[in-house]
Design a protein around this ligand. Structure first.
Ligand code: F7E
Length: 399
């Protein structure tokens, strides 16, 4: 796919949305959503890599409303240049160091990408394009060592990882810019969200890809390669990433989805920042009304449950045996000549344990449902099914 340099970008007509991290799961789904649900033009930012990683956006090759641009969130010049050249109406940031486990190994890089760079985005918007609406990807990892269930917008920040801490810092910066300058800047608390475009290092995709491989091995009488995992008793609130990007767009257009905003206050949603005669009033208006929302399914499941359902969907019945790091999930109907090792489907490898774990996450999404009308479409089982079905296609297999 053709990648433009920032200075060669010409601002398209109409509403322009700049989406970073566009080759990733959320960025690519955001572009698909905007193309389908809006008439905006989209500029997608992606970091240049020597090996191209455009799988998630290859279907956009000939899309006239989409342009790809070389962009690095940790380079502040990149941020200023894109805001200056593209003059976006919306800036949606999905670029991040998003893998929690790596945030202990690359703590500084995590901070620069997830916190410092957000300050650069806010400054660039404030100085060059103050009416641009900004979304930053927040996370349930901000809640971390949770104090109550389910977690709502009032839950305190108790991060357990450099990743969680970096997202808390970004949230505070966003709040400060909203309350100081009246920027329309929000950060949703998105709980885990998955799908076939998820990176293979995240636990859900690691499992579905592994299950598809084991299914292929059994059907073709090949050696089974067990899936090696860490803490399988952690609980997560998993949603479909496609449902999440809808929530993001709603958070960026709260006055359109929350009809009460105008009615209750008996005044009009202020259209713009500069033209407003009374800037102080405008700042107070926005700071009081624009909200960050919790987004999740409202269900929590262990990784163990995810594994059981995934194997069940491909008709492989397994059983748990052993304890702690010696625990394993084994294939009950293993053909007899297989050694017990070959019958193992899942094993535990302590290298996947984290220095500190978030044991349980469970969202209370009632605010976004009631106020912005968000309504997720995919259930937990449907999500696993969708991921396995997709992973099986790489083996040309169907169940
Ligand atoms: O881990 C456990 C692991 O890496 C989930 C990111 O999108 O969601 C994601 O963060 C759980 C953890 O996601 C393995 O210890 C066990 O308890 O899939 P994950 P995450 O850390 O929850 C939040 C909301 C974000 O914001 C993040 O950006 O699974 N687990 N065994 C494992 N995890 C991995 N990755 N690999 C294992 O082998």
């Amino acid at each position: 796919m053709k990648i433009n340099n920032i200075q060669d970008i010409k601002r398209p007509e109409g509403i322009v949305v700049f989406v970073t991290g566009v080759t990733g799961q959320d960025g690519s789904h955001m572009v698909d959503y905007l193309l389908r649900e809006t008439n905006t033009s989209i500029i997608g930012g992606a970091r240049r890599l020597s090996v191209d990683n455009h799988n998630n956006i290859s279907h956009l090759e000939n899309e006239p409303r989409f342009q790809l641009v070389n962009f690095d969130l940790t380079d502040s010049h990149s941020i200023y240049k894109i805001v200056e050249c593209a003059k976006p109406d919306y800036f949606i940031n999905f670029a991040a160091q998003s893998f929690v486990a790596s945030s202990w190994d690359f703590a500084r890089q995590t901070w620069e990408c997830n916190s410092t760079a957000i300050l650069d985005c806010l400054e660039a918007i404030k100085r060059l394009q103050p009416n641009c609406r900004f979304y930053n990807a927040g996370s349930s990892e901000e809640f971390g060592n949770v104090t109550y269930q389910p977690q709502d917008e009032n839950h305190p920040a108790k991060p357990r990882s450099p990743y969680g801490a970096s997202k808390v810092a970004a949230r505070q910066l966003i709040k400060v810019y909203r309350e100081s300058y009246g920027l329309y800047a929000v950060q949703g608390w998105l709980f885990n969200h998955e799908g076939p475009r998820r990176g293979t290092e995240f636990v859900t995709r690691k499992i579905t890809k592994g299950v598809a491989g084991i299914f292929d091995a059994i059907v073709n009488n090949k050696k089974i390669i067990p899936i090696e995992l860490g803490n399988i008793d952690a609980k997560r609130d998993w949603s479909d990433a496609e449902d999440m990007v809808d929530a993001v767009w709603r958070m960026l257009n709260q006055e359109k989805y929350n009809k009460k905003l105008n009615k209750e206050e008996n005044d009009e949603w202020p259209e713009s920042y500069n033209e407003d005669k009374n800037q102080k009033q405008m700042i107070e208006w926005r700071a009081k009304r624009i909200k960050d929302y919790v987004v999740g399914s409202g269900e929590t499941h262990t990784i163990r449950e995810f594994i059981e359902i995934a194997f069940d969907l491909v008709n492989i019945s397994g059983e748990w045996d052993g304890k702690g790091i010696d625990e394993f999930f084994w294939y009950e109907l293993g053909p007899k000549p297989l050694s017990s090792d070959q019958c193992k489907l899942v094993t535990i490898n302590p290298k996947f344990y984290r220095p500190a774990e978030v044991e349980i996450l469970l969202a209370d999404p009632s605010k976004i449902k009631n106020e912005l009308g968000w309504n997720p479409k995919t259930s937990f089982e449907e999500l696993i099914d969708k991921m396995i079905t997709s992973d099986l296609t790489s083996y040309n297999s169907v169940v």
